[in-house]
Design a protein around this ligand. Structure first.
Ligand code: ADP
Ligand code: ADP
Ligand code: MG
Length: 649
């Protein structure tokens, strides 16, 4: 086994690899860009090397600097993770030229699978079924259109150098072929610097089922299949193992085809053979075809780990260090069912736009595996993939695992950025998915339902408002009201772009009625804490004037300081008064200071909140009538501005 390895990656996968290294007593070297200097993977590693820069090109893609860092830190091997340099054969050559071990397949194996056309030809020769189509060199539009007609519509145009769903176009009818071809070619040229395409039969009711393989450079085994049919724009969203409806016969056929594929290229390490499956009539052993091989550890490898009990990173390290395959095919078996959901910082209603932000709060349920590269306080920056975590659950059956997935998603808490959590929850509750009726078109078909934003529940709003006023934390919940004559107050809030006013009415100890629109929510405090209309309180996180209420749909409520509004809106009076009894926290002005309308003059603490008192007009401070620390009554004069007459004089 290695003594030290360098991890040429970031985020959750770097952390994932370090976890296993720690368990095996292997020292780890992390590398990082400037943006990632205090990232979780850096904190977890024994040694960290700075690559500088921010963009991948300035940092994680600098193969030469990475090899140099490995040599300097005494690492014997480099784990590439996924993405970045993981499938770059020149990088493998450079690593090996430096007498270091690349934890993964040979450059030759990566090259063999790097282009989809060559890979398909190779697989076909090895007796692996491939999707019928044209993968020749002739790229003229007339020729390709004629091939498409031969195959029969619908067809798929694919960039031979493609990945991540780029450079791919579905064509339903001959009239649309030429335009789709132009679009696929230009996208492929821009993304991969290679405009070559192949044409494939588009499989209807397609399911994406892939097989995890593992080789030692000579022999290979498979670790069963994963179903990755839940995709949006050819990107995986939720993955599971095993595939719903899989039969022993089909599993054996797919498994041995995948092993044949791996052995045909002398595959070493972890790899995935992706198949497209015709799901229109159940799963049949003659209804699957090779699409491509991913020559690396895959994002969704944890579901395989969950159902086989194998630590794939441990296997990667052992085999790279020269050990034989840890076990034979017959030693591997499946146990239960697992799901993985990819949690992203993205704005789903805005069209799944990647989002950024500081994670003010981040928590995962205890009984789920959460693979993450971030902690509370970390930034989701615009420079890298906006993945926050992968949430993985395992259960004895698909139904049990699915219930655990729903619960795990409902209990995942993210504040500080928008996420796709509600979308994932909606998917986990989708009737077809729940029944195991999956295909790659499911998300697109039901996108409107899956992305619908429900009106926030009044009970959740009520809870958020109690949290924002601090009344939920008070041991005697009436404390917050004791300063008030009628035990009633209005709180102004913003939910998204909508402003609302919520009325709190204290009825007695531990009983507050909260009027939200036309609804009155009964908040009652009992032995088990607060209940809202009888429902248990949700988890809530308060950051200043922003409350995040977790649950099926995360709700974000911002308190609008009513006093800001009042003081600012008040007529251009001369005297700034305390709008309620409270403690003067700070005074920001002195006699003679010029102020402008809206300037903060003082802070008054009342109702367990700080309230800024703003200048209602431009002017000059004539007198400061209260000092910090003073307890003042409602209506007390705090600051007086010069009257127009004084100023003129
Ligand atoms: P999978 O089939 O496992 O989803 P993808 O090919 O979609 O694999 O890529 C997996 C992940 O690798 C992506 O989600 C992304 O985070 C990362 N990735 C892929 N290519 C790059 C790249 N060039 N630079 C940075 N990250 C990448
Ligand atoms: P990438 O390298 O971008 O991952 P793939 O060849 O793996 O490209 O295809 C990505 C996705 O496109 C698959 O997961 C599947 O959903 C869909 N797809 C690919 N080929 C076909 C096909 N022949 N018929 C139907 N769907 C397909
Ligand atoms: Mg693929």
């Amino acid at each position: 086994m290695f003594d030290t390895i360098l991890i040429a990656n970031r985020g959750e996968i770097a952390c994932r690899v370090i976890d296993t290294c720690k368990r095996l007593g292997v020292r780890t070297v992390a590398m990082h860009s400037d943006v990632d200097a205090s990232a979780r993977h850096v904190a977890m590693a024994d040694v960290a090397v700075s690559l500088g820069g921010a963009t991948p090109a300035e940092s994680y893609l600098r193969g030469d600097a990475i090899v140099a860092a490995a040599l300097e830190t005494g690492a014997q091997a480099i784990h590439p993770g996924y993405g970045f340099l993981s499938e770059n054969p020149e990088f493998v050559d450079a690593v090996e030229a430096a007498r270091l071990v690349f934890i993964g397949p040979s450059a030759k194996a990566i090259r063999a699978m790097g282009l989809k056309d060559a890979a398909k030809a190779l697989m076909s020769k090895a007796g692996v079924p491939v999707v019928p189509g044209y993968q020749g060199a002739e790229q003229g539009v007339d020729h390709l259109a004629a091939e498409a007609a031969k195959i029969g519509y619908p067809v798929l145009i694919k960039a031979v150098a493609g990945g991540g769903g780029k450079g791919m176009r579905l064509v339903e009818a001959p009239e649309a072929f030429a335009d789709a071809l132009t679009a696929a070619q230009s996208e492929a040229q821009a993304a991969f610097g290679n405009a070559h395409v192949l044409i494939e039969k588009f499989i209807t009711s397609p399911r994406h089922i892939e097989v995890q393989v593992f080789g030692d450079g000579d022999r290979a085994v498979h670790l069963f299949e994963r179903d990755c049919s839940l995709q949006r724009r050819h990107q995986k969203v939720i993955e599971e193992a095993p595939a719903p409806g899989m039969t022993d016969e089909m599993r054996a056929a797919m498994g041995s085809a995948a092993v044949r594929a791996a052995e045909a290229i002398g595959y070493k390490g972890a790899g995935t053979v992706e198949f497209i499956v015709d799901g229109s009539d159940g799963l049949r052993p003659d209804g699957f075809w090779f699409m491509e091989m991913n020559t690396r550890l895959q994002v969704e490898h944890p579901v395989t780990e969950a159902v086989t009990g194998v630590d794939l990173v441990e296997w990667q390290l052992r085999v790279a260090a020269g050990s034989p395959l840890p076990c034979a095919q017959e030693d591997l078996s499946l146990s239960g069912h697992a799901f993985e959901a990819r949690l992203y910082a993205e704005d789903v209603p805005a069209g799944f736009l990647p989002a950024t932000g500081r994670l003010a709060h981040l928590a995962f349920p205890e009984d789920a595996r959460a693979d993450t590269g971030v902690r509370t306080g970390d930034m989701i920056s615009p420079f890298y993939d906006p993945m926050i975590a992968k949430v993985i659950v395992h259960g004895a059956s698909r139904n049990v695992a699915l219930r655990k997935l729903r619960r795990a998603l409902a209990e995942t808490q993210v504040a500080g950025t928008v996420t796709n959590l509600a979308f994932l929850s909606a998917l986990a509750n989708h009737a077809g998915f729940s029944a195991g009726e999956v295909d790659t078109g499911l998300i697109a078909r039901d996108l409107d339902d899956l992305t619908a934003v429900a009106d926030p529940a009044p009970a959740a709003i009520a809870q958020g408002v109690l949290a924002l006023t601090g009344l939920d934390r008070s041991p005697a919940p009436l404390d917050g009201f004791s300063l008030w004559a009628p035990l009633e107050q209005d709180v102004q809030i913003d939910i998204a772009d909508t402003r609302a006013s919520v009325r709190l009415r204290a009825l007695g100890r531990g009983a507050i009625d909260v009027t939200v629109g036309d609804t009155v929510v009964h908040a009652r405090h009992g032995v088990n804490g607060w209940r809202f209309d009888g429902q248990a309180a949700r988890a809530v996180f308060v950051d200043g004037s922003v409350a995040t209420i977790f649950g099926a749909q995360t709700l974000v409520i911002t308190r609008v300081d009513a006093l800001d509004v009042e003081a600012g809106a008040g007529a251009g009076g001369d005297v700034i008064e305390a709008p309620m009894p409270g403690l003067v926290r700070s005074v920001f002005v002195a006699e003679g200071d010029s102020v402008q309308r809206g300037d903060r003059l003082a802070i008054l603490e009342a109702m367990k909140m700080e309230h800024a008192l703003l200048a209602a007009r431009d002017g000059v401070v004539a007198e400061v009538l209260a000092a910090p620390g003073a307890q003042v009554e409602a209506g007390a004069a705090l600051i007086r501005l010069e009257s127009d007459a004084e100023t003129a004089a």
